[in-house]
Design a protein around this ligand. Structure first.
Ligand code: MG
Length: 380
């Protein structure tokens, strides 16, 4: 179990729940960062009294500094602020709850300091999974997944020997538009897309869940986290989100992890691992559970999932380009500057347009990420 944490992205959905878990577990919160929601950050800072807090947006950081001038909290800004929080000496664990590829550099910096990474930022592994996992192995830094599916797989694999795993069964609810054809989704609004049936999440990931790009990103995340190939992962649509994912072992045994769909559970486990502690969450009531149903994904209706799986097979910079393009497109959609179906068009268009590198180093990855973003900003 960890003692003190840095929370990158503390005002987002995962960040807020992480602070709830820290309070419940009695952990010290040593550093916080936010993008620009300084009112909430101030509230959090006054409650948890971190030694350091950073605001990514420079203007907002100035205002935040004034707001907490009566405290002894040191204030940072920009990517340097995130880096400082990620490497903060007092923290033995960094919760990476920022949204998007901005999480990559701070995560690598935290790995270099041998911090435990409670990984809630899937773009980091999608973008540079090979580099991040290799760095963690070389430095001896633990990566404990917070994403509910990966936490489930991680739990199902506890105590397993190498070679026992036959297949990962990655489950997904199918999102709010499950079964709907592309033509029916032409006029979907941001409000409709973020209304997820089971999970309460931030706006970006909610849209990704609707398009099933989220499941595609998780597919790539799982490949890296568990050192498996695309052929070792099967996506299973499970609308109730009670099973959070499963593993099939070499003898045909399937082990599943079940629980209420609340991100608080995987967050808590990432902080207490390898221990478990009582949680403040509801427990499953099997008398009330009705049907648990399963179906195969319809790749015609979920082109984003298909695209992500294609990029997973392609390797190199493909997934990074797709994810960066998707990120920009989703934010455009949320600002009502881009239609819902155009999110896929932008991601697929970027994968076509941006030159591919099969074995990229970190600089090549960051350049591909930036090229994909520029492409979507200009063309869509
Ligand atoms: Mg997930």
């Amino acid at each position: 179990m960890v003692n003190a944490i840095s929370v990158l992205g503390s005002t987002g959905s995962i960040g807020r729940q992480t602070l709830g878990a820290a309070e419940h577990l009695g952990l010290r919160v040593a550093a916080l960062t936010a993008q620009r929601k300084i009112d909430l950050l101030e509230e959090q800072a006054r409650k948890f009294r971190p030694a350091f807090a950073a605001v990514y947006d420079e203007q907002a950081a100035k205002a935040f500094k004034v707001a907490v001038a009566d405290t002894d909290i040191r204030v940072g800004s920009g990517i340097e602020g995130l880096m400082e929080a990620a490497t903060f000496s007092e923290s033995d664990c960094v919760v990476t709850a920022v949204s998007g590829a901005i999480g990559l550099k701070p995560t690598l910096a935290a790995i270099d300091e041998k911090k435990r990474i409670a990984l809630a930022n899937k773009e980091t592994l999608v973008c540079a999974g090979e580099i991040v996992m290799k760095r963690a192995k070389d430095k001896g830094a633990e990566i404990v997944p917070v994403d509910s599916e990966h936490s489930a797989i991680f739990q199902c694999l506890m105590g397993r020997k190498p070679g026992e795993l036959h297949k990962i069964l990655l489950t997904g609810s199918g999102g709010p538009f499950r079964g709907k054809a592309r033509a029916e989704l032409e006029n979907v609004t941001p409000e409709q897309a973020v209304a997820h049936p089971n999970w309460s999440m931030g706006a970006k990931i909610s849209v990704d869940s609707a398009t099933m790009m989220n499941k595609g990103l998780e597919f790539i995340e799982a490949m890296h986290l568990f050192s498996v190939t695309p052929d070792d992962i099967t996506v299973v649509v499970h609308p109730q989100s009670v099973i959070h994912s499963m593993v099939e072992l070499c003898d045909g045994t399937v082990i599943a992890q079940l629980g209420v769909p609340d991100m608080g559970l995987p967050i808590q486990l990432a902080l207490t691992y390898p221990e478990r502690c009582p949680s403040m969450f509801e427990h499953l009531d099997f008398y009330k559970l009705r049907d648990l149903t399963f179906e195969a994904p319809d790749y015609e209706k979920t082109p984003c999932l298909r695209l992500a799986m294609d990029c997973a097979r392609k390797g190199g910079t493909a997934a990074c380009v797709m994810s960066a393009a998707n990120e920009v497109a989703v934010h455009k959609f949320l600002r009502k500057e881009l239609g819902y179906n155009r999110i896929y068009d932008a991601a697929a268009g970027a994968v076509e347009a941006i030159p591919f590198t099969a074995h990229p180093d970190l600089d090549t990855i960051l350049a591909a990420d930036e090229a994909a973003r520029a492409y979507v900003r200009e063309k869509y």
